[in-house]
Design a protein around this ligand. Structure first.
Ligand SMILES: [Zn+2]
Length: 460
């Protein structure tokens, strides 16, 4: 039996509407039971924890590859392209074992928690040992990620990714897997499905109380249309989220057109991979008809604006996608930085740069992308709002930091979404449990040391 908890937020944005003052938030175990604005500090029950600043629902990082954290900074020396960055990423992938991946992912997820993330969508394709030799438990790598999330205090949706071919050549022919890519492949989609079955999700798709199974098609580069069906079937069978990388680079579109005579969005639609449970990641280079397909099917689009900037991918049509009906979520993807406030604000800032106009996405729309839309696309629709019945995820951002000092209560959400950073996060509660208190991670006491220790052997 978990004890009742109470917090008193100086200011809180509850997931909709205006910022409220003096909000008493009460939970029993992992679930919120009551939310009462306008409660004076003098009227609080004993044992209530004070949260100074602005409290938001927990942030969802809807697209992560934990091991890409190893590339931060080092790939900025010299020039290079998306494709040379990918080569460097494969070098790191080639070195990871279940033990070293557990240590790295725990540290990376702890960094996320410090940034206010309460749930991560891990797009996981590093399934096997070198040369595709399976581990004794063929899901050992996935289990390491689930353990890492538990030890860092986050929920996780493990998006088990089907990855079968080495890419599409410009003429549309399928390329063989490289030596490192062998680790990503199960051979064919039938064997991918067998491995996922051995992972043992329950009838609700849960792998552990904090871990949900999702599925992913890596991209049209890595999975041919005739191999997509088992992935789509698993999504239906488990009611599980289905994610895919979509049109990140113009070269992907050109090769897809050469191979299949259709854009990646059309290929995925033809395979039944679009719909309200589906999330397309990046969606940067789209035709007008692609946008109609995504919006009309209510497929979510996960934008990763910092990664898209770091990799020179381009600026996606966020405004047109939202207008067509696609919910928008955000992810830190390659972890060039881990700052969901930065990701969310770039939706609007990129739109301004591309359109020459301001004000398509206001602070509440950006906060929605980082909270409820992200949790929903990861299969946790009961998270991302501060309302009775929701999971008790709270993220408090200090308003007395150098960046946010002087913020006015009436525009505190605008201040946080347009000027706040991960460094301003003071307190994080995930599922009713304190994870970060006054800027300190309570489960991983020295996050920088944990990152350094995990990264050093991978980069030696
Ligand atoms: Zn990705």
């Amino acid at each position: 039996m978990t004890a009742a908890r109470r917090w008193h937020a100086e200011l809180a944005w509850l997931g909709a509407g205006e910022v409220q003052a003096g909000v008493l938030i009460e939970a029993a175990g992992p679930v919120l039971r009551a939310v009462t604005p306008g409660v004076a500090a003098s009227a609080l029950p004993p044992g209530t924890q004070r949260l100074a600043g602005l409290t938001l629902p927990g942030l969802a990082n809807a697209h992560s590859h934990a091991f890409h954290r190893a590339l931060r900074g080092i790939t900025e020396a010299g020039q290079g392209t998306f494709w040379t960055w990918r080569e460097r990423m494969y070098q790191v992938a080639g070195r990871l074992s279940p033990d070293s991946y557990l240590a790295l992912a725990r540290a990376v997820y702890a960094e996320m928690a410090l940034a206010g993330v309460t749930c991560v969508g891990e797009f996981h394709y590093l399934h096997h040992g070198p040369g595709r030799s399976p581990y004794p438990d063929p899901n050992e790598m996935g289990r390491a990620l689930i353990q890492a999330a538990a030890e860092a205090g986050l929920r996780i949706t493990l998006l088990d990714t089907c990855y079968l071919t080495g890419g599409l050549a410009p003429d549309g022919t399928s390329m063989p897997l490289s030596a490192v890519q062998q680790r990503f492949s199960d051979g064919d989609a039938g064997r991918w499905a067998d491995r996922l079955a051995a992972f043992g999700p329950d009838e609700h798709g849960m792998l552990a109380p904090h871990a949900r199974a999702g599925v992913a098609i890596h991209s049209v580069r890595a999975v041919s249309p005739d191999q997509m069906h088992p992935v789509v079937e698993w999504s239906h069978h488990l009611g599980a989220p289905l994610h895919a990388h979509l049109s990140e680079q113009p070269a992907e579109n050109e090769a897809c057109l050469a191979a299949y005579g259709a854009t990646p969005a059309h290929v995925l639609d033809g395979a039944g991979a679009l719909g309200p449970r589906s999330t397309m990641v990046h969606a940067t280079h789209l035709t007008g008809h692609d946008i109609e397909l995504l919006g009309g099917s209510r497929s979510c689009v996960c934008l990763c604006p910092t990664t898209e900037a770091f990799l020179a991918d381009g600026i996606g049509p966020a405004g047109a996608l939202a207008a067509a009906g696609s919910p928008l979520a955000v992810g830190s993807d390659s972890h060039a930085v881990i700052d969901l406030l930065d990701e969310a604000r770039r939706i609007e800032l990129d739109e301004r740069l591309a359109s020459g106009q301001r004000g398509r996405f206001g602070a509440a729309a950006l906060a929605t992308a980082a909270t409820v839309a992200g949790h929903t696309c990861l299969g946790w629709p009961q998270a991302g709002e501060i309302v009775p019945g929701a999971l008790a995820d709270l993220v408090t951002i200090g308003l007395d930091t150098p960046r946010l000092a002087g913020a006015a209560p009436a525009t505190a959400l605008e201040s946080v979404m347009f000027a706040g950073t991960a460094a301003d996060v003071t307190d994080v509660v995930a599922g009713g449990r304190d994870v970060v208190r006054e800027g300190r991670h309570l489960l991983v006491p020295d996050v920088p040391a944990a990152l350094t220790k995990a990264l050093r052997p991978l980069l030696a």
